[in-house]
Design a protein around this ligand. Structure first.
Ligand SMILES: [Fe+2]
Length: 391
């Protein structure tokens, strides 16, 4: 059945090539400015990835006006303001972000202040508050997970008020997403697994979500195939450029799908667990994904069955319920393989969540914004047994 309404807006140019992050000249020449400021974090700088990109820029005649490599695990408000101040003072004309979700979110939010000035929270938090384009932003992801290089969202943590601020705007979509598998080769197995499970969750929740469209489905479908077939290989052998490349493309396509179709109860539970117990987002999604699919089973099994083929399941002569269960079983299998590689915990008890904390997680999940897009109505009493299963 077709949705009554949907829109698809995807202006970010995606460039894929092994080694392309050190040869950005063709892309930057199109943009037409010369002075760039680099935003990253300390681990990425310590790995030499910032230097690699910087050297490439300088060799091609571009000017790096400065670097901010202090982004913390959460993109935090004070950091965003500091970063924006440095970008402005440096005389830059554009930004290059090199990193995972926090770095990209910091660069997006800092670009608002850099381009427009004003008060970030008062003037711009919330949805669609911008009225014109920002300065050019080029994003080079170093994880294959958040899809932030192609989403219109920036999440920033306000430490003083202990709250996450959301900035959602089409003008936050980066100008170019540079997918270079060499930039993810040094990602450790645990982070490869958890960020990969985040990407798988994006694509699966987007595919079965209430806001899905045929266009978001196409991106989700291909993303799921790429991720299912390459995640374990990328964890097993971090130097597998082919698997790393497939994961980067899969994560990017998952990002395009969920920025249009949204996510559901798996993310709701992960957000609640992260807020209460500081559990990394990808780890929580990895634990909850099959249980969230089971929670929604009656509403989504016909759609879920369509994923049998990209997940490598023989679909001939099987009915939708059988195939949907096989799809969920496949998710369980991938988790188990990652767990065997000591790269992903499988249960809440394994990451120190207390048994008496599960009700609070259920409460947090049903109050999360993602509950609007979940196929089955989210109620504390019906969701709790699935959180208990994940325990
Ligand atoms: Fe996510």
């Amino acid at each position: 059945m077709l949705p009554e309404f949907f829109e698809f807006h995807n202006p970010t140019k995606v460039v894929y090539e092994t080694g392309v992050a050190t040869d950005l000249k063709p892309e930057l020449d199109i943009i037409g400015i010369e002075k760039y400021f680099i935003v990253s974090d300390k681990p990425i700088a310590d790995l030499g990835l910032v230097r690699k990109v910087e050297d490439g820029l300088v060799e091609s005649g571009f000017i790096v006006t400065g670097k901010y490599t202090e982004v913390t695990q959460d993109a935090d408000l004070e950091g965003v303001k500091r970063c924006a101040g440095q970008i402005k003072a440096s005389g830059a004309q554009g930004i290059i972000a090199i990193g995972g979700g926090s770095v990209i979110d910091t660069a997006k939010a800092a670009n608002i202040l850099f381009s427009k000035g004003g008060d970030l929270v008062e003037d711009y938090s919330g949805a669609q508050t911008l009225t014109s384009r920002l300065n050019p932003l080029i994003v080079i992801p170093t994880t294959a997970g958040t899809g932030s290089e192609v989403t219109m969202v920036s999440m920033v943590y306000d430490r003083d008020n202990k709250e996450k601020l959301a900035f959602v705007d089409k003008y936050l979509l980066p100008d170019v997403a540079v997918l270079d598998p060499e930039m993810t080769l040094s990602l450790p197995p645990k982070l490869t697994a958890s960020t990969g499970m985040d990407a798988l969750t994006h694509s699966m929740e987007a595919f079965v979500g209430t806001a899905a469209s045929p266009i978001s489905d196409a991106f989700a479908y291909c993303a799921i195939e790429l991720i299912i077939k390459n995640l374990v290989a990328a964890v097993q052998n971090g130097d597998d450029v082919e698997a790393r490349g497939a994961m980067l493309i899969g994560s990017c396509m998952a990002g395009i799908s969920f920025t249009h179709s949204m996510v559901g109860c798996v993310h709701g539970m992960a957000h609640a667990t992260g807020a209460l117990y500081r559990v990394p987002h990808g780890v929580a999604n990895g634990i909850y994904l099959p249980y969230g699919l089971e929670y929604n089973f009656e509403e989504i099994y016909e759609k879920l069955a369509k994923l049998a083929s990209p997940m490598g399941i023989d679909a001939s002569g099987k009915d939708d319920k059988f195939l949907a269960r096989a799809v969920i079983e496949k998710v369980f299998e991938v988790r188990k393989e990652l767990n065997k590689l000591d790269a992903l915990p499988l249960r809440l008890r394994d990451i120190g969540i207390p048994k008496d904390g599960l009700e609070a997680i259920a409460e947090g999940a049903i109050n999360d914004g993602t509950s609007f897009y979940n196929p089955r109505e989210m109620e504390e009493e019906t969701l709790l047994p699935y959180i208990q299963k994940a325990y």
